[in-house]
Design a protein around this ligand. Sequence first.
Ligand SMILES: Nc1ncnc2c1ncn2[C@@H]1O[C@H](COP(=O)(O)OP(=O)(O)O)[C@@H](O)[C@H]1O
Ligand SMILES: O=P(O)(O)OC[C@H](O)CO
Length: 498
Amino acid sequence: MTQATHLLAIDQGTTSTRAIVFNGQARPVATAQAEFAQHYPQPGWVEHDPEDIWRDVLGTAREALAKAGLSARQVAAIGITNQRETAVIWDRATGEPIHRAIVWQDRRTADVCQALKSDGAEPLVGARTGLLIDPYFSGTKVAWMLDHVPGARARAERGELAFGTIDSFLLWRFTGGRVHATDVTNAGRTMLYDIHRQCWDEDLCRLLRVPLQILPQVHDNAHEFGTTAPGLFDAPIPIAGMAGDQQAALFGQACFGAGEAKSTYGTGCFMLLNTGETAFTSHNRLLTTPAYRLGGRMTYALEGSIFVAGAAVKWLRDGIGVITHARDTDDMATQVPDSHGVYMVPAFAGLGAPHWDPDARGAIFGLTLGSTQAHLARAALEAVGYQTLDLARTMEADGARYPAALRVDGGMAANDWLCQFLADLLETTVERPAHLETTALGAAFFAGLATGVWSGLDDLAATWTCSRRFVPVMDAAKRQGLVAGWHDAVSRTLSRPA
Ligand SMILES: Nc1ncnc2c1ncn2[C@@H]1O[C@H](COP(=O)(O)OP(=O)(O)O)[C@@H](O)[C@H]1O
Ligand SMILES: O=P(O)(O)OC[C@H](O)CO
């Protein structure tokens, strides 16, 4: 009999989908990737076509297995990790989405959120979910679809529709419509899930006008969720790991101890600090979120969420054509001694932590006739550093035990200039692992734990290796000057005074 020793991780991100095959030593052996279309039907709206996502997930999964020369029989399990909060509603009978997915960056429900805040709902939402009221989270997006797709609310109340974040939609498709489930980390981003009692919250469902019958079942991250339907692969594969991408990255970075943190630089940037079994409450507008649940035991994290990191670089490439490749920014930032006083505040999708200003919009300050493309590129990278610094300082202000070294990952962490700038600004060591695909690795870890490929966290921690450490070298006066300029730029970007 063929031994199943490999794991297939699906990383369904905001701009691309990756499938990576890992061997039993947690080394990637084959990767397939596909970028997909972003839809911006109105300013501030962002949508994805769930059919594009499913096509790419299946396509990249098959391609990665083929590249690895593996049969599905040699795969112990699939682990799914996903862009979080993005909401899909589909018909249970046909599996067809009733609307394009509303993406986490989408701001269309800003007014609904403002009304909820004005009605004084924020303390209840905070106490139950660990979140703030913001269009970022799934709940108001779900209600929007039920209200705007003709007949949807009535169908939802009759039990004909299912809601899920991307993980849940993919699980439904992988299992041929047999399983409607999610995991605690994705449920924890809906604004409908009580992260302390660990169940859907009826009061919040009523408040947000989301019928309970459309919600998925919620499980641990390492769990036998289901098995792939016949015909998808040359043999059925169990789906045994599921987690939101930021929590998967924390797990893939082996940040298992309280006080360990990582920052992931993809489309956005998300810094998560493991706080152990304590759900740490922020007094400075950070989020409390499930980090992972194993064997029914929850580990929590404190999270700082920045909506635009790599997205600013993508905008330089696709929006205004200043660069050809994202990686060009590394050389361009090095070519100039500084940003020439240019600051970019990338509030393209409002501002996340610690400002939570959905109405702020992006701005570039300090342009002169001497400003060049290189200055713009450098300002975009610098903005990512400054925003990370704001998160780190906010965590400190909350009294959270902050790590001695910050582990970084995500596509943008390949940028050496950015990693050095982060070390300089944060005045801390920045550690970059040998494999930047820690999000996918985290999903593989969960799937491997559920199926016995790995026996416990010690096994996983032993696989983590650092490829490069960046240590701070910038002098204090320079740093303080730069940071003061950033705070001035942010204060001029906020839609209301800070
Ligand atoms: N070398 C680089 N320097 C700067 N930005 C980069 C680099 N490589 C990738 N990026 C940016 O990182 C993002 C891709 O990272 P990825 O982790 O794949 O994102 P996601 O999972 O959100 O789709 C893109 O927005 C891209 O512009
Ligand atoms: O696509 P990413 O990797 O930037 O992640 C998106 C986040 O999960 C949104 O909360």
